[in-house]
Ligand binder design. Structure first.
Ligand code: 8YV
Length: 320
């Protein structure tokens, strides 16, 4: 048994991290992604001190209740932890760790991909190429809308929101933002603060969601109606923030001109009506999916477990 104790992982440990993990822990790692119940069974069988989990593995209160008392730390390979009942973890004295910072750039890059893909009708053009370029667009056909110079409203001006703003400034986009609290001037970098989301919406030619999930539906039919007609809607945060029926209706009426979405109410079983519309550009939750970033995320999650098991408080804990 290694010094720091036993860890059960819900996902395979990639090759480059295996030596480190094995040096730190007695690690039980699968060769595929496990479901919550499978991890709970393994945990009861092996009595680990730590769990390494991923976003696809919800840990609600009823799951926490079935974990053995040996578990002292759970690290998720995601910055978002809306799949974990933190109050239930607190009640059992379990530290929860996540992976902030290391995925900021990759996620902001994906956000711009969504914006450009939606604005420039990438889906139908890629489809045309997949089909051997059978559709010959005339000069005034297949046209998207310009991104450069459009006003972007960002909801959630945390690390990822600010990284999106940095990129949008290179497209000469004026930046507005709504956040619970106003940022210091150096972090605002000239972005205009709106304490009220409703007051910001009418000014957003592009509306960008960059806030954590777990706080209910933010984008309702009423709020989509407050955008200027034809606004672009980009979401790389969480699908749970959006009333998808309302979004479908807004896309069909042209109230929302196009949407770029990396996240959905249901994943992977997303509402395929969204893909049937011409004015959407959809990705399968790949926000952080680069080799560099995923390695850094897994590494940070492992660091969190190691710190807690060594009796230290890691920076990437979200509770306790
Ligand atoms: C996922 C994410 O972790 O970090 C988050 O909150 O949504 C993503 O980076 C990643 O897609 C793995 O599921």
């Amino acid at each position: 048994m290694s010094e720091l104790g036993r860890v059960v992982a819900s996902l395979p440990i990639p090759g480059p991290l295996q030596d480190r993990v094995n040096a730190l822990f007695d690690c039980i790692a699968p060769d595929r992604h496990l479901k919550t119940d499978e991890v709970i069974d393994l945990a009861n069988q092996h009595q680990p001190a730590g769990l390494l989990v991923s976003l696809g593995m919800p840990l609600r209160a009823e799951h926490m209740a079935r974990l053995p008392a040996s578990v002292r730390v759970i690290a998720t390979t995601s910055v978002g932890y809306d799949h974990i009942d933190v109050a239930a973890a607190n009640a059992r004295g379990i530290t929860i760790c996540n992976t902030p910072d290391v995925l900021t750039d990759a996620t902001a890059d994906t956000h711009m991909l969504l914006l450009l893909g939606a604005a420039r009708r990438a889906k139908e053009h890629v489809h045309n190429m997949d089909g051997g370029w059978k559709i010959r667009n005339g000069f005034f056909q297949g046209l998207g809308v310009e991104v450069t110079g459009k006003t972007m409203g960002i909801v959630g001006m945390g690390r990822i929101g600010r990284a999106v703003a940095d990129r949008a400034r290179a497209f000469r986009m004026p930046i507005l933002y709504h956040n619970r609290t106003r940022l210091a001037a150096d972090l605002e970098s000239g972005a205009r603060y709106y304490a009220s989301l409703e007051e910001m919406l009418p000014h957003c030619q592009v509306l960008s969601l960059n806030l954590p999930g777990g706080q209910g539906v933010l984008m309702t039919a009423e709020r989509f109606a407050m955008l200027p007609k034809g606004a672009l809607f980009i979401n790389s945060a969480r699908g749970s923030l959006v009333d998808e029926e309302a979004l479908l209706a807004a896309l069909k009426s042209g109230q929302v001109g196009a949407a770029g979405l990396d996240v959905f109410q249901k994943e992977p079983g997303f509402d395929t009506r969204l893909n049937e519309l011409e004015n959407t550009f959809l990705l399968p939750h790949i926000g952080s999916a680069t080799i560099e970033t995923r390695m850094a995320m897994a590494s940070l999650a492992i660091d969190g477990i190691a710190a807690v098991l060594a009796g230290r408080a890691p920076d990437n804990r979200v509770n306790l």
